[in-house]
Design a protein around this ligand. Structure first.
Ligand code: C2E
Ligand code: CA
Ligand code: CA
Length: 709
């Protein structure tokens, strides 16, 4: 502050003697260049200050128009930013001290003034004023800043008494800064722990005592003046004086209700399925773990039920995704209605749900629950004026029998579910360890199958069908065999379903068709009495866009007469996409290819429905034929199929004839043809060629041609 320069000062003094003294002093060395202005009353001073700037005012407290502190106040009002030095007599020193409190910077005592003292007093007065101004501006700036920031700020002294609340703090606490000032901090900032509801020990006290900045860790709640609550987050810092002692504290806190709600929402959506609102796999895993821990302590069991809707894809495709979504929501609701409070229903995605049954006493209880769930879902779902029917397959795994952790339990329940699916709709299966072995085996087969296609590890065996009146061989059914490098010969049941699942059935099927046609044509050319050659076609092959062209190509390529080819399709394949099926069948038949319905009776088509399909042959499923003698119901079905097939003018073939009794029954009911071990097992081509050359074994032929004999 050494640069402080006084250029002009105003002396307000009625005594010309005083003024004269000042003038003399200013003439001395070190004081030159300072202009002294002089007025004799407050009125004059006010008038002058209204139009002029001075660096300092020297004010006599005994003016004619105002005296004492009144003079100080008026001078301050007229020029609040100009430093003020008052002049008093010796006997008025206490007055001078009051004057300092009213805003004067210093005082001079008449008769005790000398030049250096005067100049120093004047300079100090100016410096002090500048500092005061700066401090004021600083405080103003701090106040404005504090009021404009979003965070709430409260200040206390070292005793924890509130000295300031900024505007945000006023809003948050419900206290005005004015009301709060002077109150104990614990009264204004009442903070409790969100979960325990215990009062948080005054954070400011702790900051002051520990002398470091503290941040709230737990979830704190501020109790406002009106009793309402706001979740907050805060930090408290001690305020230090120049010697480093804590003289108070500043607490900064903010309303985190939005942030906390958002956080809650985020955790919710991270743990729930958006479509159904059910817990998702993340939360489910958590619940399974909790249930396991509980079961462990209380010697109970936990069941994990893996549900997959049957044919949901079909519903989605035919009725649209919106409808599919509503159906899933409805299913979710049904499931939730079935369970108890401790249980959990979760959606895994798609049409898969998992139901967790916690605290299971007996596994038998689980079976009852599973039945209930199957029933609940199978009841019609009324959605947008539609009554939708859907069934589900359920796989069950039980802790601790089938797994000790959530992951294993869920995986095994899924495996059991696939097994249930394989048994048809609306079924359930409890997990069995053998299932896992099967799953592993399946994986291995799929990998080997890829190579088998390339390395041609397949062969065809042929099985004849016999005309029951003449004993002649009417067709040769090509049945695939896989010569597996390590496992030997595999039957189709071991790999065809896998090939169908992974799509490999298409190239495999094409190979079968080509090989069968080639073989038949070779027999024809060898001069053998070659029958129709029958080839089994899977759904995936038949649905392939290139299927029809592929068949015709192979016929051309091998030179086989199309009339000698018979394609076997199951009832299920026929019933999918009926119109497209009929169109393809018509074109095949237009070329002379014959069409057989395989495994007839196991599907769910009505018998009369068959008349709409362009087909030539009905192959009665072996399960009925084999029970002809033992189950009257099977016999009835076979009789019905025979008579209906006859009225539709279809050729009837009974599959799986193993016994003379079955043969006799079929003959008695005028079934046209039969196939089965009784006549011949499927045999390799060389053996089949001999069969073509020599006919059936004499004893069989005899029995055949002399029914009842
Ligand atoms: P399928 O078309 O019903 O074939 C008849 C199956 O019954 C054959 O089993 C045959 O060996 C067996 N069988 C015949 N007579 C009797 C009998 O008297 N008693 C018993 N117990 N069984 C008899 P295989 O060869 O194991 O074939 C099973 C199934 O695999 C076939 O059933 C067919 O659906 C499928 N398949 C076979 N080869 C192919 C193929 O090349 N392509 C396609 N897509 N499927 C094939
Ligand atoms: Ca067949
Ligand atoms: Ca069959």
């Amino acid at each position: 502050m050494g640069t402080t320069v006084i250029q002009a000062f105003l002396v307000v003094d009625a005594s010309l003697a005083d003024v004269h003294l000042f003038q003399q002093m200013l003439a001395e060395p070190g004081a030159q260049g300072i202009t002294l202005l002089h007025v004799t009353s407050m009125r004059e001073a006010e008038a002058y200050l209204a139009g002029h700037a001075v660096d300092l005012i020297v004010l006599d407290l005994g003016l004619p128009d105002v005296q004492g502190l009144g003079a100080v106040r008026r001078a301050y009002a007229a020029a609040p930013h100009i430093p003020l030095v008052v002049l008093t007599g010796v006997e008025d020193e206490s007055l001078a001290i009051h004057a300092l409190q009213e805003g004067a910077q210093d005082y001079l005592i008449k008769g005790h003034i000398e030049t250096r003292g005067l100049l120093r007093a004047l300079r100090y007065a100016v410096e002090r004023k500048i500092l005061e101004e700066a401090l004021f501006v600083e405080q103003e700036r701090a106040q404005v800043t504090l009021n404009s920031i979003g965070d709430a700020v409260a200040c206390t002294d070292s005793a924890g008494t509130i000295s300031f609340l900024n505007r945000a703090a006023e809003t948050l606490t419900g206290w005005s800064s004015h009301d709060a000032t002077g109150l104990d901090m614990a009264q204004v900032l009442r903070i409790v722990d969100a979960t325990s509801r215990t009062t948080i020990p005054n954070p400011m006290e702790r900051a002051v005592v520990q002398n470091e900045t503290l941040h709230s860790q737990a979830q704190w709640i501020l109790l406002r003046r009106d009793g309402s609550e706001i979740p907050i987050e805060d930090s408290v810092a001690p305020i230090h004086d120049r010697r480093g002692r804590a003289t108070g504290a500043v607490i900064v806190f903010r309303d985190v209700s939005v942030a906390r709600t958002l956080a809650l929402q985020l955790t919710y959506s991270a743990e729930h399925d958006f479509l159904t609102g059910l817990p998702n796999r993340v939360l489910l895993n958590d619940r399974v773990r909790t249930a396991i821990a509980f079961a462990q302590r209380h010697q109970k069991k936990v069941a994990v039920l893996f549900l997959d809707l049957d044919g949901f894809k079909h519903i989605n495709d035919s009725l649209g995704h919106a409808m599919g979504d509503k159906l899933l929501q409805s299913v979710a609701q049904r499931l939730v209605q079935c369970i108890r409070g401790a249980d959990t229903v979760s959606r895994q995605g798609g049409d898969e749900f998992i139901v967790l049954l916690a605290e299971v006493e007996h596994v038998d209880d689980t079976a009852i629950m599973v039945q209930r769930l199957l029933q609940a879902i199978a009841t019609a779902h009324s959605i947008d004026n539609h009554n939708l029917l859907v069934t589900t397959s359920i796989g069950v795994s039980v802790y601790p029998d089938d797994g000790l952790d959530a992951e294993t339990l869920i995986k095994n329940a899924a495996t059991a579910m696939y097994q249930a699916k394989a048994h048809g709709r609306q079924c359930y299966q409890f997990f069995k360890p053998a299932m896992n072995i099967r799953a592993v085996e399946r994986q291995a087969i799929e990998e080997r199958l890829q190579r088998a296609v390339a390395q041609q590890e397949f062969t065809l065996h042929y099985q004849p069908t016999i005309n029951l009146q003449t004993g002649a061989i009417t067709s040769a059914e090509a049945l695939i065999r896989w010569t597996h490098a390590t496992r030997g010969t595999l039957a189709p049941a071991d790999f065809i379903p896998i090939a169908e699942d992974c799509g490999l059935i298409v190239p495999i099927g094409k190979w079968v068709l080509r090989e069968a046609c080639r073989q038949a044509q070779a027999w024809v050319q060898a001069g053998l009495p070659t029958p129709t050659i029958a080839v089994n076609i899977s759904a995936l092959e038949f649905r392939d866009d290139a299927f029809l062209a592929g068949v015709l190509d192979i016929l051309t390529e091998t030179g086989l007469d199309p009339h000698m080819l018979e394609l076997e399709l199951t009832e299920r394949v026929l019933m999918q996409d009926v119109e497209a099926t009929i169109a393809t069948l018509k074109r095949l038949r237009a070329h002379g290819v014959q069409v057989a319905v395989d495994d007839f009776g196991t599907g769910y088509s009505s018998l009369s429905y068959l008349s709409t399909f362009p087909i030539d042959i009905l192959k009665i499923d072996q399960s009925f034929v084999q029970q002809i003698s033992s189950a009257p119901q099977a016999a009835t079905i076979v009789t019905a199929i025979i008579s209906m097939g006859r009225s539709l003018k279809l050729r009837l073939v009974a599959e799986g004839v193993e016994t003379p009794a079955a043969l006799a029954f079929l003959q008695a009911h005028h079934c046209d043809e039969a196939q089965g071990y009784y006549f011949s097992r499927p045999v390799p081509p060389q053996q089949f060629a001999q069969l073509l050359e020599h006919g059936l074994v004499a004893t069989v032929l005899h029995r055949l041609l002399n029914p009842g004999g």
